[in-house]
Write a protein of this length. Structure first.
Length: 135
């Protein structure tokens, strides 16, 4: 409130401060090849970017501060261009219950725009799930 006296409050600030907190984590990789496994952090960055574009969730780096954990499991990774990612997104609540689980396929990890529809579809469903579960 003291800050509000100095400058106008940004639109949606209360919603953002009260938004459900989500941490994104990599599940242990199933890929034996280290070069192929190196694609997983890129997939996670793309998912985090897509989620961060929505104001009604708050990405947090520390899972202990999160109300939800979004696990990224790899099933099929490619290190050759265009790098593909096939995996699964699993959202768990603070009780450890799975509230969302879907396969995801990204055809080119290095082209975010090309994957925005696929990522957006999952983010929409994740946000809907969080909203329905009271988060």
């Amino acid at each position: 409130d003291a800050l509000a006296e100095l400058a106008p409050t940004p639109d949606g600030i209360r919603e953002r401060l009260n938004a459900p907190r989500v941490a994104i984590l990599a599940a242990p990789s199933t890929q034996p090849d280290l070069i192929v496994r190196a694609a997983l952090p890129t997939a996670i960055r793309n998912i985090a970017r897509a989620l961060s574009e929505h104001p009604y969730t708050a990405l947090v780096p520390d899972p202990r501060a999160a109300q939800y954990l979004l696990w990224v499991l790899d099933k099929d990774l490619s290190s050759k261009p265009p790098r593909r990612f096939g995996g699964q997104l699993v959202l768990t609540n603070s009780a450890g219950e799975t509230v969302y689980q879907q396969d995801i396929r990204v055809d080119d990890l290095d082209d975010y725009a090309k994957n925005s529809d696929e990522l957006g579809r999952h983010i929409h469903e994740i946000l809907k799930t969080i909203s329905e579960s009271g988060g």
